[in-house]
Write a protein of this length. Structure first.
Lengths: 554, 175
């Protein structure tokens, strides 16, 4: 009659007071099959039952609920592609029992696994294929601890592959006739092949790091259980059938994102402070101000990271509007104060020597901080329904993390400001006095002199300062480790976390197995970080030389 | 007037000054913040005796240090969020209360006094003790109360510290 499959479910019952164990049958269901299968396979989690025949027809049953097995899907895994009909010759599960490896007559191997979509429906997709061997695949053996496998074919060749890395590790002629069976050693350091004439071939295999390839490190990879190919960094877990995900792309992206936000915060403040301190400020005040700002350079960044992660991040989450109010209020109040100061009578203005504007602004800024903090609650109630982070997540659609790029930007910006300030201020201070005097004598105002003469002349120094700051920001470890959420995501959003190469190395190096692939990939991450810095510094130096040539002769 | 002032670029000079002021405030603020928060641990804090309404209409007395204030959030976005101020009181006495800290709604506190007879004793077990000294019982059964109790208590503490040092010396050096 028609082919059927019977599913029987058994429960393992342990006796209460002894060590006796017994099997009790709890379900038995017969379900008709659409064809007579050549292979039947149950996946690693007892969720899926696959019935496959040699023409590539596959029928999948969902057996998660053994009381009611469901005919889930019916598909053909070998679509006719114009050439001769394809035939399946070997079927096996990869480690973990999630991926099915289907070997064909032509020597091609395709990897399939279930993919869940947004409606929780599974489809079975061909994820990648290997077309290295040219004779029918006769048998395959799967590694016990990694996602690798070996294929034997009808011409006596054995190929060693790694599924996730999409890599052919090697292909060798092992026997003179077709190989009928192949088995792999538990440590994946050898395989035993039996050929058609009954001869056994024992080969040793040295395959230490097959999981790494350019595709794995830098391109999107379709991992088991994911809906589509993606850049993922997830190097280890506690399960032995785990698929390590070594994409450096999220980490490199995180490094650049952290550096970008830090620069966004630090460069305007540092360069503008340098412009004032090097040109407009009174010498006596400059002698006090310059060392004070450079004091921040000496602060260990662990402290900054600690404060940012444990004090600033929660504070910002509770009082978000105050930060943005401050950003708006400060320039506004300074502008108003500056204009009013210019209208003050001479008597008051002459009391304060020229170049002490910064000291005058300190009370103004403190006042603006107080106003921002005072307005925080009303603004939050008025505009953001009382809770700005929740409003951002739910209404504006921007996911808010407590430790995000804004916190890192502020903290790392604070760490980088003194470096940029120091070099930029030196550059501006060292613009030859005769050029400045000449410009002033021709009737330019101090600011016009600054923009027209001082800035272009000092531009190599300013650029150099920015680049040194950027180099520092790219390599900063402790601040990003403590102030970000260390989530390896690729979002440019300011309210999302990030994970940088440096923080990743700091976190994972003590935890990785010495000499393993993970360990080596971490060293590779360090090399990538070095290349970043090298790249930025080279560009910086080239641009600086060009600027020097252009403006040095002024 | 404003336009002339702006055309001369004076507002940019003020913005640059603002940048210096921000940097200065950041540096000084950060260092002062660290110093104050850190140094604060070296000074003993005031001990309060709070009389708190419990849910059933009576009152409970909590003796401890005020650790910090915070807000408890009630409600949701639709109906409106209210912040209820709370106090985190370090009540110590882990052998009695089970936990060192207690959250208390600020509006439930009826009375808050700091009196001279409230004491804090550091112990080797069960955390700090917060309370009032009632009496000191000596080894031979004698009980001392009143004004002498405090002096006797201090003498005993001194003797205890001396003995403890001897114990440590024997354990670490002689054995």
């Amino acid at each position: 009659g028609a082919p059927v499959v019977e599913f029987r479910g058994f429960e393992l019952k342990k006796a209460m007071f002894s060590d006796e164990v017994s099997l009790e049958q709890v379900a038995a269901n017969q379900v008709p099959l659409a064809f007579v299968p050549e292979w039947v396979k149950v996946d690693g989690m007892n969720d899926w039952f696959y019935a496959i025949d040699s023409t590539g027809d596959m029928q999948v049953f969902s057996i998660r609920n053994v009381d009611a097995p469901k005919d889930y899907a019916r598909l053909n895994t070998l679509p006719v592609d114009g050439k001769e009909k394809r035939q399946l010759t070997s079927v096996n599960f990869l480690l973990g029992g999630i991926s099915l490896l289907l070997g064909e007559e032509s020597g091609k191997l395709t990897q399939w696994f279930p993919v869940r979509d947004a409606n929780n429906q599974f489809t079975f997709q061909a994820v990648r294929d290997f077309d290295e061997q040219s004779a029918a695949i006769t048998d395959m053996a799967v590694e016990q601890r990694r996602k690798g496998f070996v294929l034997s074919d009808a011409s006596g060749h054995v190929g060693v592959y790694h599924a996730t890395a999409h890599r052919v590790v090697g292909l060798e002629q092992v026997a003179q006739s077709a190989i009928t069976n192949i088995a792999m050693t538990p440590r994946a350091d050898g395989f035993l092949a039996e050929d058609q004439q009954g001869k056994m071939h024992l080969w040793s295999l040295e395959n230490e790091h097959p999981e790494v390839s350019f595709e794995v490190l830098w391109q999107k990879v379709w991992y088991e259980g994911y809906a589509k190919p993606d850049y993922i960094w997830q190097s280890s877990s506690s399960a032995s059938d785990f698929e390590p995900k070594f994409s450096l792309a999220p980490l490199a992206f995180g490094t650049l994102k952290a550096a970008f936000y830090a620069m966004l915060f630090a460069v305007p403040i540092a360069i503008m402070a340098a412009m004032f301190a090097g040109f407009f400020m009174a010498p006596k005040m400059r002698q006090a101000v310059k060392p004070t700002i450079e004091l921040l350079e000496a602060l260990p960044t662990v402290i900054l990271g600690f404060l940012a992660g444990l004090w600033l991040a929660p504070y910002l989450e509770k009082h978000m509007p105050s930060f943005f109010l401050l950003v708006l209020l400060m320039p506004l109040m300074v502008f108003i104060f500056g204009y009013l100061w210019s209208r003050f009578p001479e008597a008051i203005r002459n009391r304060v020597p020229d170049g002490w504007q910064a000291a005058l602004l300190i009370p103004v800024l403190l006042l603006s901080v107080l106003i921002a903090v005072w307005l925080d609650d009303p603004v939050e109630h008025l505009l953001f329904a009382g809770d700005m982070p929740m409003w951002l997540t739910n209404v504006a659609g921007i996911d808010y993390d407590q430790r995000n790029a804004l916190v890192v930007g502020i903290a790392m910006g604070l760490a980088v400001i003194p470096i940029i300030f120091s070099i930029a201020e030196d550059a501006i201070y060292n613009v030859p006095r005769h050029q400045v005097n000449g410009s002033l004598a021709l009737g330019a105002t101090p600011w016009q002199t600054m923009v027209g003469v001082v800035l272009p002349t000092a531009s190599p120094g300013l650029f150099s300062a920015t680049m040194i700051g950027l180099g520092r920001a790219v390599g900063e470890t402790m601040i990003v480790l403590m102030a970000t959420g260390n989530t390896a995501v690729m979002d440019i959003d300011i309210f999302n976390g990030l994970r940088t190469l440096s923080a990743n190395i700091a976190v994972e190096m003590p935890e990785s197995e010495v000499g393993s692939t993970h360990y080596r990939v971490l060293f590779l991450a360090a090399l990538v970080l070095f290349m970043f810095t090298f790249f930025f510094n080279t560009i910086a130096e080239t641009v600086r030389q060009r600027m020097l040539k252009r403006y040095g002769a002024l | 007037m404003l336009r002339t002032w702006m055309r001369e670029g004076n507002h940019w000079v003020w913005f640059n000054a603002m940048a210096v002021a921000i940097s200065l405030l950041a540096v000084i603020g950060l260092i002062s913040f660290i110093v104050f928060k850190g140094m604060g641990h070296f000074w003993p804090k005031d001990i309060h005796a709070y009389t708190v309404q419990d849910g059933q209409g009576g009152t409970v007395q909590l003796i401890g240090e005020l650790h910090r204030r915070s807000d408890r959030v009630e409600g949701n976005i639709k109906e409106g969020v209210t912040h209820v101020p709370q106090l985190l009181v370090k009540v110590g006495n882990r052998d009695i209360f089970g936990a060192d800290f207690k959250w208390v709604d600020e509006h439930a506190v009826i009375k808050d006094i700091t009196a001279k007879d409230l004491i804090m004793v550091e112990r080797y077990e069960w955390g700090n003790l917060y309370g009032r000294l009632k009496s000191v019982t000596l080894g031979d059964g004698m009980t001392v109360t009143g004004n002498q109790a405090w002096d006797t208590f201090q003498q005993l503490i001194e003797r205890h510290t001396e003995l403890h040092k001897q114990i440590v010396r024997i354990q670490k050096h002689e054995i």
